[in-house]
Each structure stands twice: as structure tokens, then as C-alpha cells.
Write a protein that binds this ligand. Structure first.
Ligand code: PRP
Length: 181
């Protein structure tokens, strides 16, 4: 449970997200046109809303799979390790793969996942992130497609949580704490 009182200010509306998802899905459909080998891989848990909307706008045969990674810092933030909690259910060797992230922050998660999946020999591997916070980047990584670049704000909604809450908001909101720590 969140420890501090907060309010949520809308940052990106549900309508703006839907319009952007439609645009991105058109580009993805174009890029992968002709393939019947596309596996769309969602990173749990944050991407579950985005991937659900995105695949419904992609006009290609797709398979959907999920993996869960967790990153945690030790004393040195920049040596952050990423652990695999849940692996894919299917094989991706020789397949076209689209990895779906909700947000790229330090970039450690996406960097690690790309590295791990490339080693399995996909025919093609591309990435999409709904949100990108370039100001926070520590690992060198950039998604093939980005929905929105955002400033270094604490965001929730559309799959993204604060202490496991607020994932079900239909918009992206900015958390504003109303109590001092
Ligand atoms: C969040 C988010 C990304 C990752 C981004 O996941 O969903 O996967 O962190 O951070 P990074 O770029 O600094 O690595 P989290 O570990 O909070 O799990 P969740 O998806 O279950 O919320």
C-alpha cells in the first residue's frame, strides 16, 4: 500500500493514448507486413493494458506471449541487475518479435531483455515503449517505437502502478504527493 497521500493529475488522456496506439499499430503493421511469424511479447506487469490495445490495432496474424523481469539496484545503481521471473511460453527462434514495454526509465530492463531474446535467434526483433523518460537513461537503449516522451515525473495508469495501485486508470497521470515524506 502507498505510504504517502497523493493525488493524480492527468498527463496524457485516454483519447490521446488511443490515437497514438492506432498510429503506432499502423507503422508496425507496415513494418511487419507479409509475416505470419509475429510474436508480440509483453513485459509483465506494466505492459498488459498497452499490449491489449496495441494487438487489437495490428492488422496481421499475431501470437501473444509474456515475460516478467524485475530489476533491482544494489549499492551501485549503475550495476543494476535484471532477473527473469517468468520466461516466454513459446520459442522465438526464426520468428519476428515485437517486445512491448510500458515505460523505459533507466533502460536496464529493456536492454537486458533485448540481449536475452537476441541470443535465441529471432529473425527480427523490434521494440515498442508507450512512454520514454530519456532524462533517466543509464543503459544505452532506445525502443524502435515510442508513444510519448515524458519528463522525469512519477507516472501511473494505463498499466503503470504506484505500489501496485492505479494500474487500472484509463489515462496516464502524474503523481503529486500531498504530504511530506
Ligand atoms: C517497470 C516498467 C518497466 C521498467 C522500466 O517495471 O514496467 O518494465 O520498470 O524501468 P527501467 O527502464 O529503469 O528498467 P517494474 O519492475 O516496476 O514492474 P511492473 O511492470 O510489474 O510494474
Amino acid at each position: 500500500m502507498p505510504q504517502r497521500a497523493y493525488v493524480i493529475d492527468e498527463m496524457i488522456s485516454a483519447k490521446a493514448i488511443a490515437a497514438r496506439v492506432e498510429e503506432l499499430a499502423k507503422e508496425i503493421t507496415q513494418t511487419f507486413r507479409g509475416t505470419d511469424q509475429l510474436v508480440v511479447v509483453g513485459l509483465l506487469r506494466g505492459s498488459f493494458v498497452f499490449i491489449a490495445d496495441l494487438v487489437r490495432e495490428i492488422d496481421l496474424p499475431v501470437e501473444v506471449d509474456f515475460l516478467e523481469a524485475s530489476s533491482y539496484g544494489d549499492a551501485m545503481e549503475s550495476s543494476r541487475e535484471v532477473r527473469l521471473i517468468k520466461d516466454l511460453s513459446g520459442e522465438i527462434q526464426g520468428r519476428d518479435v515485437l517486445v512491448v514495454e510500458d515505460i523505459v526509465d533507466t533502460g536496464f530492463t529493456l536492454h537486458h531483455v533485448i540481449h536475452m531474446l537476441r541470443a535465441r535467434g529471432p529473425r527480427r526483433l523490434e521494440t515498442i515503449a508507450l512512454l520514454d523518460k530519456p532524462a533517466r537513461r543509464e543503459a544505452e537503449v532506445k525502443a524502435t517505437w515510442t508513444g510519448f516522451e515524458i519528463p522525469d515525473e512519477f507516472v501511473v495508469g494505463y498499466g503503470i502502478d504506484y505500489a501496485q495501485r492505479n494500474r487500472n486508470l484509463p489515462f496516464i497521470g502524474k503523481v503529486r504527493f500531498t504530504e511530506a515524506e
